[in-house]
Write a protein that binds this ligand. Structure first.
Ligand SMILES: *Cc1c(COP(=O)(O)O)cnc(C)c1O
Length: 482
């Protein structure tokens, strides 16, 4: 383990890198923050980074790049076909993920599009540990549907279950029997299950899923966008793997899947994505769609510079000091908030710290999007931009009613090696202030609602003048301070 212990016994995560390129941040006054969120339709996706102090919207494409990645980008071999940059990436994929065939795509959802196009048909059912927004959208788009098969306590906010991302094996068996294996093109397992708070699955569970898949002759597809962090938590939480290298754990995970896909925006601090397999027959089925939707097979819609960055970034996921930085910072954030009685998802996962908006704003009904309201309120109180992961990010049923999310979360993403500890302490301070003034937070309602993935471009308005009152209280409490 790459842990540095403090003599005082304090649990302080250490930055094992130095900062050599910096970007200036802007913290605008609360009155301007109020104006900005108003103009953005109370949707944090619509804010401009000039208005944002700490950008905790996502880890997607926002992880810090390493000097090695930046220098690799300089030797990019620009070629439509047969680029050496692609060869270097293929080599890295084989080494890190242990898969022989690789198809480059422009980002994670493009991999989902290709996989769903090839394997889904009208009426297909995809069992998964939990959905991801873009995977769900592609499944529905191809006439299929997903079934989420978690254990019951996975959605419990405060828990000591180390592997909330595990698939429920009894439910999986029942789902296959009920729907018939012929209607199930594949089982999807998502590493570090994003929407339930970045929660990992265990290797024992993945192996159990694989056994069921084999018994019924069903493919196993692994979403590996956050595989490095899942591997790190397996090392910390699954006794059998305590002494293992991250690379060993990753290859054990990928060896159990028939198809592995990923968003390189998360996995390797670059752009792009990929689909990997050891099965030539599966590779050939998907290969034909790459030139149609992505680009030629040796660039897949990504610049060759990004191919180089992806190759180096993939290898860096094997480095425990690199891969542990974000989970350790998240653990710090979660511990500090929990100490103050603020409801957060535990155990600490990866990707970000997840605040339970249903408990935080217990006076705001779910139909008024408490997690979206909390995201807007935190921006007003701090300039910190988080992301709503609740009913706003959900969809409507055939009668036009909101499908209320299982859990209402405000996610504060902690991209790799981007923030310092004092910045996280600022976040804790402002969340605590908001917690003490939570009665001021009110609900939201849509003023413009797109039909697909509405959370990206949708616009809302507050019910009442609570944002003004919150800003006024901030000004009264903080005086001249930003
Ligand atoms: C981000 C993400 C995706 C989609 O990747 P994009 O590069 O944003 O298209 C798919 N699966 C998981 C688990 C993700 O976190």
């Amino acid at each position: 383990m790459n842990e540095i212990k403090f003599h005082t016994g304090e649990n302080i995560p250490m930055e094992l890198h130095k900062v050599r390129i910096v970007q200036k941040l802007h913290l605008i006054p609360v009155e301007e923050r109020l104006e900005a969120i108003n103009r953005s339709g109370f949707n944090t996706f619509k804010l401009n980074t000039r208005e944002v102090f700490l950008d905790m919207l996502t880890d997607s494409g926002t992880n810090a790049m390493s000097d090695e990645q930046m220098s690799a980008m300089m030797r990019a071999d620009d070629a439509y076909a047969g680029s050496q940059s692609f060869e270097r990436l293929l080599e890295a994929v084989r080494e890190v993920l242990g898969t022989g065939h690789f198809l480059p795509v422009h980002q994670g959802r493009a991999a989902e599009n290709i996989i769903c196009r090839v394997f889904l048909k009208n009426g297909s059912v995809v069992p998964t540990n939990y959905h991801f927004t873009t995977f769900q959208a592609h499944t529905l788009d191809k006439g299929g549907r997903i079934e989420e098969l978690l254990y019951d306590d996975a959605l419990k906010i405060d828990s000591d279950n180390p592997f909330k991302g595990n698939m429920n094996i009894e439910k999986l068996n029942a789902c296959i029997v009920e729907n018939g294996p012929e209607n199930i093109p594949f089982i999807r397992m998502e590493a570090s299950t994003n929407l339930i708070g970045g929660q990992p699955f265990s290797l024992a569970n993945l192996r159990a899923v694989k056994e069921v898949a084999e018994r019924f002759g069903i493919l196993l597809v692994l979403d590996a966008s956050l595989i490095g962090e899942n591997a790190y938590l397996i090392k910390r939480r699954e006794a059998k793997w305590k002494g293992a290298q991250i690379g060993e754990i990753i290859r054990e995970m990928t060896s159990l899947a028939d198809i592995v896909y990923f968003s390189a925006r998360k996995l390797s601090s670059s752009r792009g994505g990929g689909i990997c397999t050891n099965r030539r027959d599966l590779y050939l089925q998907m290969e034909t769609l790459i030139p149609l939707y992505e680009g030629f097979l040796t660039y897949g819609g990504i610049s060759t510079r990004e191919l180089e960055a992806m190759a180096v970034g993939l290898r860096e996921t094997l480095d425990e000091t690199a891969i542990s930085q974000s989970p350790r910072f998240i653990e710090f954030l979660v511990d500090e908030l929990k100490k103050r009685g603020i409801p957060v998802v535990t155990p600490a996962g990866v990707l970000g710290c997840h605040i339970d908006a249903k408990a935080f704003c217990s006076h705001v009904p779910q139909s008024q999007y408490p997690a979206g309201a909390l995201a807007a309120a935190l921006f007003i109180a701090s300039g910190v931009r988080g992301m709503e992961r609740g009913t706003l990010s959900s969809v409507r049923d055939e009668n036009g009613n909101d499908i209320l999310a299982d859990i209402e979360l405000l996610r504060l993403a902690v991209p790799r090696r981007v923030f310092t500890l004092s910045q996280l302490k600022y976040v804790v301070d402002r969340v605590q202030w908001l917690w003490e003034n939570r009665h001021l937070i009110g609900g939201l309602t849509f003023s413009y609602e797109p039909a697909v993935l509405r959370f990206f471009m949708g616009e809302l308005k507050p019910l009442g003048d609570w944002p003004q009152q919150l800003a006024a209280k901030f000004r009264a409490d903080f005086g001249e301070s930003l």
